[in-house]
Design a protein around this ligand. Structure first.
Ligand code: DCC
Length: 238
């Protein structure tokens, strides 16, 4: 799956590496019609609520931005940036609405990925508050490593999107240091380390909320896609 956004933080309404961009605010406001899953629900623990409130507080002076989250991939891809959906032959609006964003695939609250992301634009940093539910179990009582990889990929991916617009994961390398208990809350903290042409290098740490336990650390490479080349063209040229 390709994820994209027509906004790039560095572009902010201009052009970044040849890809046209719209404003950050416009991107955030375009999907207001859909349910936002990154809002508190009854499955959120007190730890999750406390952390969420703390980040909301930090949003007040504009340093951090709360990032909405939708179950429909198309809602992450507003406006004319839907080139990839056309390339996937999702031609009309009805078909587009059928797409499902993997971490938001479960309708029952609390059983899978409960998370909320906050972006610090000036630090090019994305933090995700993550509470894994029982459907993500690997070893008894702990989150499956694949679910940890998913939330890391989504967090660094979100960070890369805001910096570079249309991107895909080229590499994700994870060291798992300590298992994540189901139902606990961890902080997935990612940042852009370097941009070289179309390549966006990021790093990420997953820690317990008291900061005492390092659960995982990761590096990632995302490739900014060429706006003149659709996903279909890329696939057929390989
Ligand atoms: C907040 C919102 C919430 C929503 C947040 C949502 C976030 C979602 C995040 C999840 C994202 C995914 O899971 S994406 C799904 C998993 N990923 C994929 O399926 C990608 C499959 N791979 C591909 O399609 C392709 O290989 C691409 C697009 C990654 C790159 O192809 P390309 O565009 O043709 O680029 P290419 O010329 O090959 O490479 C460009 C440059 O990158 C380098 N390069 C390419 N791949 C690699 C690599 N693995 N490791 C090192 N270097 C690499 C090349 O050497 C080259 O360097 P140089 O010669 O220029 O120096």
């Amino acid at each position: 799956m390709l994820y994209e956004c027509s906004s790039g933080l560095l572009g902010n309404g201009h052009h970044l590496h040849g890809i046209s961009t719209i404003s950050f605010q416009a991107w955030l406001s375009q999907s207001k019609r859909s349910k936002d899953y990154a809002l508190p629900n009854s499955s959120w623990s007190q730890d999750m609520m406390d952390l969420y409130s703390r980040f909301l507080e930090m949003c007040k002076d504009g340093t951090w931005k709360r990032i909405p989250s939708y179950s429909d991939t198309a809602d992450h891809v507003p406006g004319k940036a839907c080139v990839h959906l056309e390339s996937l032959k999702l031609a009309n609006e009805k078909e587009r609405k059928g797409t499902r964003f993997f971490p938001r695939n479960l309708d029952t609250e609390g059983v899978g990925f409960e998370y909320a992301m906050f972006l610090n634009p000036s630090e090019k940093r994305m933090v995700c508050l993550f509470q894994p539910g029982p459907y993500l179990e690997g070893h008894r009582g702990f989150a499956h490593g694949g679910s940890t990889a998913t939330i890391i990929d989504s967090t660094v991916g979100g960070c890369a999107i805001f910096v570079a617009g249309r991107v895909m994961t080229a590499n994700l390398s994870i060291n798992y240091r300590n298992p994540i208990p189901l139902g606990s809350v961890v902080l997935v903290d990612s940042k852009v380390d370097q941009i070289e042409g179309r390549k966006v290098f990021l790093s990420c740490h997953v820690r317990s909320i008291d900061g005492q336990t390092l659960h995982a650390e990761a590096t990632a490479l995302f490739i900014q896609l060429n706006s003149t080349k659709s996903l279909q063209q890329q696939v057929s040229s390989q």
